[in-house]
Design a protein around this ligand. Structure first.
Ligand code: IPM
Ligand code: MG
Length: 369
């Protein structure tokens, strides 16, 4: 039998552990049904790691993440840790993982499932059938650029500095991921920056353009980030794959998530480069945060974490049929009328985290039978 799939499980804080628990049941099911053997290790990150170990993530956890075939992440952060110094914030856990594992391509799909078309705050005729993919650069740009810091000037004023910086190599590798995705989807790619006011944006545009001849099946468009924000709410279906910088991708992916009506539904993948032996570092996480306001109440939507697991099965573990099984089950259960609080609609049945997960497991049982 093939080697076991090694997964590092990092539930984190808030609703992270609650939604992770349900995804672990899904993994158990896949193991039991013989899709693959899974070897799970679990560790602390974020506030949970700060409380137990004094830091948001340890070097040992990062080493375990490098060893694993993939990392399944929950969420980090909460008011309890908001007053800590910058280097100690729970969010440092995810930034360190991205940086140390070289996870430069953050894939954030925004799909409107038919049963949820009414959950969007936008009109159904604008979002029906929406299926877009934002590829956000995630180890460079202004979140990592130097110089950075807060300094005190001679006149006593303080000055905060961050630097937007991109090299051609950084732009090329994320653009290639986006071109390849676009080629496998509808063939439309939009590259987003502010080339009209930023040199790093101009370099971005030139570098992406220079790659285009290598992908003749892909139609490349360029768009300024402010215009893209506007176009995303005006007519989101004009987009298929969007590739953009760390900062713009952070903003635009939150915006895109709301086109679908629920943050609680959206998965993500963050990928590194493929090594010669075919190994590729990868981390999967729901795009919702730790939602401290609802943590511990058993009402969080487990679907984003489960759909992140599905992305892992497809992109890291070579188990696309298992991914499809989970995605189809999620759609069926939604079509049957079950809703967690975040996607509740009139006339539907409101259920908690566990009941939603039970329904998904029952559904895949049926389909796989
Ligand atoms: C995200 C989050 C993170 C980011 C935070 C938690 C550091 O907003 O994944 O979009 O800014 O990248
Ligand atoms: Mg964000």
């Amino acid at each position: 039998m093939a080697d076991a799939k090694k997964i590092l499980v990092l539930p984190g804080d808030g609703i992270g552990p609650e939604v992770m628990r349900e995804s672990l049941r899904m993994i158990e099911w896949l193991d039991r049904r013989g899709f693959a053997r899974f070897e799970l290790e679990e560790d602390l990150v974020g506030g949970a790691a700060i409380d137990a170990r004094g830091v948001p993530i340890t070097a040992q956890t990062i080493a375990r993440a490098k060893e694993a075939d993939a990392v399944l992440f929950g969420a980090v952060g909460g008011p309890k840790w908001d007053r800590l110094g910058f280097a100690l914030r729970p969010e440092i856990a995810i930034l360190s993982l991205r940086r140390e594992l070289g996870l430069f391509a953050n894939l954030r799909p925004a799909r409107v499932l038919d049963p949820l078309v009414e959950a969007s705050t936008l009109k159904p005729e604008i979002v029906r059938g929406l299926d877009l993919m934002i590829v956000r650069e995630s180890t460079g740009g202004i979140y990592f650029g130097e110089p950075r810091g807060i300094e005190t000037l001679a006149d006593g004023q303080r000055r905060g500095v961050n630097t937007e910086v991109y090299t051609t190599a950084e732009i090329e590798r994320v653009a290639r991921v986006a071109f390849e995705l676009a080629r496998a989807r509808s063939g439309r790619l939009t590259s987003v920056e502010k080339a009209n006011v930023m040199e790093s944006g101009l370099l971005w545009r030139e570098t992406v353009s220079a790659l285009a001849p290598q992908y003749p099946e892909v139609t490349l468009h360029h768009m300024y980030a402010d215009n893209c924000a506007m176009q995303l709410v005006r007519d989101p279906r004009q987009f298929d794959v969007i590739v953009t910088t760390n900062l713009f991708g952070d903003l635009l992916s939150d915006l895109a998530s709301q086109l679908t009506g629920s943050l609680g539904m959206l998965p993500s993948a963050t990928l590194g480069a493929s090594a010669a032996d075919g190994r590729r570092a990868a981390l999967y996480e729901p795009i919702h945060g730790s939602a401290p306001d609802i943590a511990g109440r058993g009402i969080a939507n487990p679907l984003a974490e489960m759909l992140s697991l599905a992305m892992m099965l497809r992109l890291s573990l070579g188990l696309p049929e298992a991914a499809v099984l989970i995605e189809r089950a999620a759609e069926r259960v939604l079509a049957s009328g079950l809703r967690t609080a975040d996607i509740m609609q009139p006339g539907k049945a409101k259920v908690g985290t566990q009941v939603m997960a039970d329904a998904i497991l029952r559904e895949i049982d049926k389909v796989a039978a």
